[in-house]
Design a protein around this ligand. Sequence first.
Ligand code: ATP
Ligand code: MG
Length: 310
Amino acid sequence: MVVTITLNPSLDLNIYVDKLRKNQNNRTKNMKYDIGGKATHVSLVLSALGIENIATGIMGGNNGEVLIQMMENRGVKCDFVFQENSETRISYIIVQQEEEGTYMLTERGFVVDEEIIEELKRKIRSIVNKDDMVVISGGVPDGISIDIYSQILSLVEEIGAKLIIDTSRECLAEAIKHKPYLIKPNEAELKELLKLECTDEGEYVKELKQLNEQGIEIVALSLGDKGSIISTEKSTLRIIPPNIVQVNDTGCGDVFLGGAVSMLYKGSELKEAFRFATAISTSKAEKGGTSEFSLEETREFMKEVVVYDV
Ligand code: ATP
Ligand code: MG
């Protein structure tokens, strides 16, 4: 089974406008609630592909209930810890229809109580088994220090499940110490982690290999519309997605990871796993919603994705 853990989930509110203009009344054309990232989106991909998974993490209030209902409507089994008198945060995503690019405004979220952290740890102990994959995506909410984050990762390590991490800054730096099976930084996250100035792909490859040498089996560096570089000790793949008109790239990384985890869990080879991940995240980039993707379009895009050994 795959267990996905989102420590600071959000309810997304996609707000569609023609173009966001400064110092003017910007009229919204349409607004739509959606499932916010991060590991939650991985669960959506897994469930769409019929792969057994449980989504857990910390939720609060009505927003938490709405979010879980939306996930269950899409076939995800949810088992979240609820904190009383607290509301899951909202992320506002402004999608411009006359211009490429989105704006994202995220709330901080509530401060997690100590007993909720203990409850989450108990839950992880009870649902995660040795042969599982555990995806932990996103940052930590207030109340969860890096030390506690590290304890959660240790818990998964002790059980013996495969750790998959998609996060940034100090959480990513901490996660590396636990030698996860897979990490998926984007360009900014990798540069921040390694204090890199360069944007040269050859240089990136060297840095990814060093991470492999530190014990991380798969390092997947995502490069937005430029695709990705996938590195293991033995191989390096460069993957180029099909050329499309991007509508909303928020959540592409999550859907990419969901695609990769689905295929790796089923035992696919690296090339096929990341060809699929690229195709499904391309279909996501074409959609307005943050958690939308199409398996039918994914099948078409699979033929157009270019994969080569570096
Ligand atoms: P997020 O954190 O919002 O989920 P991210 O920054 O982690 O996103 P990206 O690098 O933007 O992730 O995107 C992940 C993958 O999605 C890319 O490697 C690529 O395969 C695909 N992708 C993203 N944008 C596009 C696009 N415009 N066209 C085609 N594929 C895209
Ligand atoms: Mg990301």
